[in-house]
Design a protein around this ligand. Structure first.
Ligand SMILES: [Zn+2]
Length: 91
């Protein structure tokens, strides 16, 4: 079953704890330097969730094997900066 193989791969990523693409790992660390964001494993590799996740907050999908790692990394950072919830809370 295909799903079993995907779960096994995800498990090994969880064990290593780092994204296989350096550009993407750097982007994840950049976003996570802000405590507003947290990392959750799941999907293709994981998600970055903003502090409003309980109320439909931002959810940025992280792809384990992006076709273009540097553009995927740039998108992750760009998406995190677009989060509207944080301004709401700090206002
Ligand atoms: Zn948000």
């Amino acid at each position: 079953m295909v799903l079993t193989a995907v779960n096994t791969a995800a498990q090994s990523v969880v064990t290593s704890g780092r994204h296989p693409k350096k550009e993407v790992q750097d982007a994840i660390e950049t976003v996570l330097a802000d405590p507003w964001w947290r990392l959750e494993r799941g999907g293709h590799w994981g998600f970055l969730l903003c502090g409003y996740r309980e109320r439909g907050g931002c959810r940025i999908a992280l792809n384990a094997t992006p076709q273009n790692p540097s553009s995927h990394a740039a998108r992750i950072v760009r998406e995190s900066l677009k989060c509207p919830h944080r301004e709401e809370r700090t206002r």
